[in-house]
Write a protein that binds this ligand. Structure first.
Ligand SMILES: [Zn+2]
Length: 144
């Protein structure tokens, strides 16, 4: 859902996430898409339009996440909390394999997000393989 986010707040969120998706880490500059400002806790569930509750998200992650606050963890089949890009450290929950082509979840939260947000769909893996070949991926890991 698109809601007004003040320009200065947009700039802070962009800087925080280094112009990458807070979930799948895709760099906006490598895509032909305009990334979105995603309410981590959805507005429909009381989430505010604040720095702490916003992340930059690619359109795919934003759409697939929707207003969910839990995802099903594929190995246990149980709901777990959605990864919180502002409060949780990305590298504690996710890791790259195959030089950056494949994203794996290291924790229940990470595995649930990889599955729910379809982070290894074929077209995205193919794109990553090209980005890796050109030395443009994965990102620095500065997101922490
Ligand atoms: Zn994404």
């Amino acid at each position: 859902m698109s809601r007004y986010v003040p320009i200065d707040l947009r700039a802070r969120v962009r800087k925080r996430f280094a112009n990458c998706c807070g979930y799948c880490q895709t760099a906006e500059r490598l895509t032909a898409m305009r990334f979105e400002f995603e309410h981590i806790v959805p507005r429909s569930r009381g989430g505010d339009t604040t720095f702490e509750n916003l992340c930059l998200a690619c359109p795919s992650c934003n759409q697939l996440k929707g207003d969910r606050v839990v995802f099903i963890e594929p190995m246990i089949g149980e709901p777990v909390a959605v990864f919180h890009p502002q409060q949780q450290v990305w590298s504690e929950h996710f890791a790259w394999e195959q030089d950056g082509a494949i994203l794996i979840g290291k924790t229940e939260i990470g595995r649930a997000a990889v599955e729910a947000l379809q982070m290894n769909r074929e077209v995205l893996v193919t794109m990553r393989e090209m980005w890796v070949a050109f030395g443009q991926h994965p990102p620095d890991g500065s997101l922490g």
